[in-house]
Structure formats: C-alpha cells, structure tokens
Design a binder for this molecule. Structure first.
Ligand SMILES: Cc1ncc(COP(=O)(O)O)c(C=O)c1O
Length: 432
C-alpha cells in the first residue's frame, strides 16, 4: 500500500491508501504484498479481455519494433489502416471511416466538432447547438464535460463551459420538446449513451426510445452521435449497444475496451457520406492531436478485435451477462439495495436510504466511497458513482467484469459484493 505524498506520483486521490499492483492475470490483479484482487469492473470498464494477455502484448511489441509513431499530419501506416478496416467491419450500418484517438474525452470532443463543422461545410453554420441527456457522462475535457450532466465535476469550471440543451434520459417526448425549444435549425447533434454508463448506473432505455431518437434526427436533420465509449465494444453482449434496437447512428464513438486497456485508444467512426462532405469542402476536420492514429495503439486495437472474434468473447459476454444479472437478484434481499440495472456484463447496483421509496442516502454519508473501500479490502474491485439521483445525492456501484470471467468468479463477485454491502451498512449504522 502507498499514499500521497510517499512517492513522487501525483495520485488521483490524495487521501487514499493505494494497493500497489504488480501484475494481472485473467480476472485478477495482484499487489506487492501478494494480495489478489478480483477485478469486477475491468478498471474503468476497460479490461474486457482480462489481464496479462500475451498475444496483445506481442502484437504491440512487434509493431513498436517496426514503427512506434509517425505524425498523422503527413504520413500513414498499415497499423492504422488495418485497425480501421477491422473496426469498420463491426461498425453499425454505413459507418466505415475510423479516426483513432487516445481517450474517450478526445473522441467525444472530435465527434462534437465534426458535427458542428459538417453543418458549416454544408452552408448551415447556425446548426451548432448540442442536445444531451441528464444523467449522462461524455468525458472530462471542457466540451465533453459541457455535454455531460455531472454537476460535481462541472461546478468549478462553470464559466468555461458551453451551454448544452438537456432532456431527461430516455424520455422521447422530453427530447422532442428540447428540440422544439432550441429550434432544429440551430442544432448540430444529439449525443446519447445507447445504454447508460456510470452516471445512471447502467440504465437501459425503454424499447422504442432509440428508434424515436433516430426518427427525430432524420426529420429535423440533426446528427445522432452514439457515445458507446462505455457500453460499446461488446460490453452489453452485442458489439454495439444499439444492435438490439437495430438503430444506426450518424457517428459512433468508442473507447475504453477497444484495446482492452493494453493501450490508450478511442475512435470516432463516421460514414463516407459525412466524411465526403469534408473531402469535397475544406479538406480536413479542424481538430488535431499529436497521438491520433498512433501505430502501437492501433496494433493493440487490431489484436484486441481479432482476439475477441477468435474466442467469441462478445457472445460469451452475453451468456455470462445473463448469469450475472440472475445472480445479482439475490442482493435484492439485502437492506439498502435499490435498483439493479444493466445488460450483458454491465451492471449498476444502487444503494438507497429507503428501499421502499428509493430515497437516496445524504451525500455526507459517502456510501458509495465507503462500499468501494470495504470491497477493496475484501479483495473486490468495483466502480463507485455518486450524484445520479439529483446531481448531488445517489450512490451506486458498477460491475463490468472481463468477458473471460468464469462461473466461479461471477459467484465470488456477487458473494463478495453482498458481504461488502452488509459491512458498509453496519458501519453506517454505527456512525449515525
Ligand atoms: C460514456 C462515456 N463517454 C466518455 C467517457 C470519457 O472517456 P475517457 O475517460 O477515456 O476520457 C467516458 C468515461 O468514463 C464514458 O463513460
């Protein structure tokens, strides 16, 4: 274990005792004291293949030995073209052009700029407003944060953020009203997580919602951006979380699991019909980042996509996801467990003060943070989230185990989580 300021690292949390992880294998990571932790959330929904997959490491090493990096400004390489070709095969509908970046926030920024520039190229510069949902999360850079409904991340930076129109998550009538308020002639894009991520605890939209969004976007000539950074890449049991609804977005954004955590990699995917507007207009997207189209990251992405296909891991995610959700039902018997949501190997478990009314714990009790610590001390890594009820209150933890998780590991996840919830509730009653 270590904590700030014991080392030179500027840790993400400055009052947290960090296990120092030395290596990982499958669903497990191990610290320098030999303690094993069951990684039930793939870090931050990233390690979809599990840890320590030599095949991916070998592909990256081979690429790095040949060519690690050249700038996408003037040069290209087969690593990016192979990755783009593999990803395009999986992308929904006519989406076929892939712009690789390093993080989800980068990719959301690029996708939103792409939408705004698209309308400018078509001679409709007034179409620049964005519509997004509450709750939602799209990233932490300032435009992506503007689109996000994460009040506690935004408060300090309010003066730097742009105004984004909001509608309550997965309410199609409310979205129609939001479009009316702004005027479709002023709207560039609507950005939506097809299945909610951590901000909503894996909220799944009602059947028909995504189709209505598609119809509204068609009618009003608004681009539909699917933010699948968390729910995509197989996480909900299909490659795209839009597949069950048979909806095709105009732009898809992927990240997190697409390189399994072996490299920081994200992607904006758009159809030729959109990219052609740029090709025949100004000639380029007005956006640039040094590490876009990175050769080693792309090699990690290609190797990950091939590994998923070779071992049929998205299908496995669907199967194991059904088991996970069945088994999570046992947690409902515990006091203070609220809604349990999700699809595939993605689940959100809400902790509430009053299970009958769903009333949240007061924020001052720090329930999600306490539960995460208790779970970690019991050898289980879960992902906490706060604020989904009203921007401040609302505690939940998320599960997103690797697609290679075994039956026994799934049982252990649910058992350890149940124990951690019971311990947390006991600690709370001692405190209050
Ligand atoms: C849906 C969604 N979009 C965007 C992001 C931002 O991705 P990153 O943290 O890689 O910048 C996240 C991260 O959690 C996310 O869940």
């Amino acid at each position: 274990m270590t904590h700030y300021p014991e080392t030179s690292a500027f840790f993400r949390k400055l009052r947290w005792e960090y296990p120092r992880i030395t290596h990982g294998k499958g669903s497990w990571v191990f610290d320098d004291a030999g303690t094993a932790y069951l990684d039930a959330c793939g870090g931050a929904f990233v390690s979809n293949l599990g840890h320590g997959v030599a095949e991916i490491a070998d592909a990256m090493a081979a690429q790095a030995k040949k060519l690690a990096y050249v700038s996408g400004m003037t040069l290209t390489h087969t690593a990016v073209e192979e990755f783009a070709a593999e990803l395009a095969k999986l992308a929904p509908g006519d989406l076929d052009k892939v712009y690789p970046l390093s993080s989800g926030s980068d990719a959301v920024e690029a996708a939103l700029k792409l939408a705004r520039q698209y309308w400018a190229e078509l001679g409709q510069p007034s179409k620049q407003k964005l519509v997004a949902l509450t709750p939602s999360y799209h990233g932490n850079t300032l435009l992506a944060l503007s689109a996000s409904a994460r009040e506690h991340y935004k408060t300090l930076y309010k003066g730097w953020l742009v105004d984004v129109e909001r509608a309550p998550a997965y309410d199609a009538d409310a979205l129609a009203l939001a479009i009316q308020r702004v005027g479709s002639e002023n709207i560039a894009a609507i950005i939506i997580e097809p299945v909610g991520g951590s901000s909503s605890g894996a909220l799944v939209p009602p059947t028909g919602y995504l189709r209505r969004v598609r119809a509204m976007c068609d009618k009003h000539k608004i681009l539909f951006i699917a933010d699948e950074i968390l729910c995509g890449a197989g996480r909900t049991g299909t490659w795209s979380a839009l597949e069950p609804d048979e909806v095709v977005p105009d732009i898809q954004v992927l990240g997190k699991g697409i390189a399994g955590g072996f490299a920081p990699l994200a992607a904006v995917i758009a159809p030729t019909r959109i990219v052609d507007v740029f090709a025949q207009g100004s000639g380029a997207l007005v956006h640039a980042q040094t590490f876009s189209h990175h050769a080693v990251s792309c090699a990690a992405g290609t190797a990950t996509l091939r590994y998923l296909a070779k071992h049929k891991l998205v299908e496995r995610c669907a199967q194991m996801g059904t088991k996970l959700h069945e088994s999570l039902k046992t947690l409902r018997a515990l006091p203070h467990v609220g809604a349990i949501r999700g699809r595939g190997l993605l689940a959100g478990i809400e902790l509430v003060d009053d299970a009958a009314t769903g009333a949240p714990f007061p924020r001052a009790q720090h329930v999600a943070e306490t539960l995460t610590r208790v779970a970690l001390d019991k050898g289980l890594i879960v992902w906490p989230n706060i604020g989904h009820t009203n921007g401040t209150d609302g505690d939940l933890v998320m599960l997103a185990p690797p697609f290679i998780v075994t039956d026994d590991e799934l049982d252990q996840i649910v058992q350890r989580l149940g124990n951690a919830i019971a311990t947390t509730v006991k600690q709370l009653s001692v405190r209050t």
